[in-house]
Ligand binder design. Sequence first.
Ligand SMILES: [Zn+2]
Length: 349
Amino acid sequence: MKKNHGISLLLVLMVSSIALCSAAPTWKRPWLGVHVLLTTRDKTEQLTQVVKDLAQMGVNSIVAEINYGYEYESHPELRSGNPSSKESVKRLVDECRKNNIRLIPQFQCLGHQSWKASTFPLLAKYPQLDETPGKYPDNEGIYCRSWCPLNPEVNQIIFGLMDELIDVFEADALHVGMDEVFLIGDDACPRCKGKSKAELFAKAINDYHEHIVGKRKIEMLMWADRLIDTDSINYGKWGASANGTAGAIDLIPKDIIICDWHYGRREAYESVPMFLEKGFRVWPASWREPDAAKKLIDYSRKFDNPRMVGHLNTTWGAVPIRELTAFKPLRYSTSAFAPQSAEYLSEIK
Ligand SMILES: [Zn+2]
């Protein structure tokens, strides 16, 4: 009998610990994240090698911007050079799971469909999906190309790509990018010409939300800048919208996680409380200047609001992936949340 009791107790403990694990996912804690461009297989393999070190310094989330850098099967013609294989992503997924890191893939939607003279695969292969088809040869005179948010063929293609990423990453969230969209509602587009840019931007967001949150039942993240009106908050035309998209903020679901990026020093980052007051969860994001990152972290941590979820460090090539743990802004953000990180780390050991 005694032995049976022992076995029963053991079973109860095992079931309890499983229940505790599933009831306490990492995202219930401050999200200490790093955003990495993961557009080639080499980068995926480099990141896999530093996951354990990142976890030890307190990082519990990684946003992996992969875009066209994956061996897509639904549209192999849209693979960019040296794409990550299913096996290389799986190794990263396993390493993140082993180290209790939430891995969030990112597929850059709507804008950022080119960089300098190079047009990315979707609009290179299907130029008819471009918001400004035939305009701006060699991308001269523009920042980046956009796809047309009203062309139904776009979503047919990109939802297939999103599905592949969600499946291979076993993702519980997808980041859709959507920053710095300057070409929208362009006169060159017969569908969008003359329409409200705020409504066009909101339609794109709502379409992606319907697929990601509605159909796939996972969370959606996006960058903040096009939802901030530069007339209300003086961030300039990059950090905020001077091109009519900001009205979309009141036309989209509040369960979207807003990644509010600010890379310069300011006394106040007024969009943080603005998004919180609107009911969004906010993930403030910094970049390479340690003093600027510190300003944003210290400012945003003052808000005693459960929807202020933590801090996201972007890198944008400022640090090689192999040297991520030495990245000063990342070291500051993890140490700023040290009590929680220490507790978190002690619990997973
Ligand atoms: Zn259009």
